[in-house]
Ligand binder design. Structure first.
Ligand SMILES: Nc1ncnc2c1ncn2[C@@H]1O[C@H](COP(=O)(O)OP(=O)(O)OP(=O)(O)O)[C@@H](O)[C@H]1O
Ligand SMILES: [Mg+2]
Length: 244
């Protein structure tokens, strides 16, 4: 069964056609890599799925319900969560409080860190910190973490919500090869309850963890299918040799 179905989504910024009638289907418990040259529309597509942008036309069906006009908050409540390309942790708060904030986005920061609700999600938070190798940093200020650990914290802030569809935009940007490999190992277990759409420039990383790949080029789907199909696609080779 399809978890997500994107039907002919288009999005313009002024005269620039960032997405041009994009169709994608995502099955339950599958990992999907989204690749393409710079400016091909990858981040715009993830933001449109998450509701950070609204499509000009087309529709987005999630778990058989039309979410095209739903707010980002409602999409998140329904189990669809995005980690943006740009880091969004709060550096002055501890690792624990960043996760708490991620779980209680409707409360103000002051309410959160002063109230009893601090321990409301204790077990959930500790579990995700253990899974993401951050447990020893629970009381560290997020701004004092290394870049790699900040990226893991940010992924943990999305994963703690137990999404059914997780959208990650370049989660390994700026990481060392070893951190990158560990990131893959951290993500793989999520497949038991979640599907993933991940944007990455590192094709080896994508090949290691993804079941399917979609290639975007100039806002259009150039090719979609298994790793093998994409690896041997003449169209993809042409774009990657002439434009990347
Ligand atoms: N908010 C915006 N306003 C105007 N133009 C935008 C906006 N966001 C994206 N664009 C433009 O839309 C096109 C697609 O951008 P997008 O960020 O989706 O590409 P991308 O595939 O994620 O690129 P990269 O690999 O560099 O991250 C680009 O030409 C970009 O300049
Ligand atoms: Mg991008």
């Amino acid at each position: 069964m399809n978890l997500l179905k994107i039907n002919s989504i288009s999005k313009k910024f002024g005269v620039l056609q960032a997405l041009n009638e994009v169709n994608i289907s995502i099955k339950k418990n599958t990992f999907h890599g989204l690749i393409g040259p710079n400016g091909s529309g990858k981040s715009t597509l993830l933001k449109t799925i998450a509701g950070a942008h609204y499509a000009d036309s087309g529709e987005i069906i999630f778990k058989n319900s039309n979410i095209t006009n739903n707010s980002p908050e409602l999409r998140s409540q329904k189990g669809l969560n995005l980690k943006f390309q740009i880091t969004a942790i709060l550096p002055q708060l501890t690792v624990y409080d960043n996760l708490l904030l991620a779980l209680q986005t409707n409360h103000s920061i002051w309410e959160l860190i002063s109230s009893k609700s601090k321990y409301l999600y204790y077990e959930k938070i500790i579990e995700v910190l253990e899974n993401f190798k951050l447990i020893k940093k629970v009381d560290t200020l997020a701004g004092e973490l290394s870049h790699g650990l900040q990226q893991w914290l940010e992924i943990a802030m999305v994963v703690v919500k137990k999404p059914e569809l997780l959208l990650l935009d370049e989660p390994t940007a700026g990481m060392s090869p070893q951190e990158r490999q560990v990131t893959g190992e951290l993500l793989v277990p999520l497949k038991s309850y979640c599907s993933l759409i991940i944007v990455e420039h590192d094709l080896d990383f994508i090949k290691d963890i993804c079941d399917y790949i979609t290639v975007l080029d100039q806002g259009k789907v150039l090719e979609t299918g298994s790793i093998e199909k994409i690896r041997t696609s003449k169209k993809v080779q042409e774009v990657y040799t002439t434009r990347v």
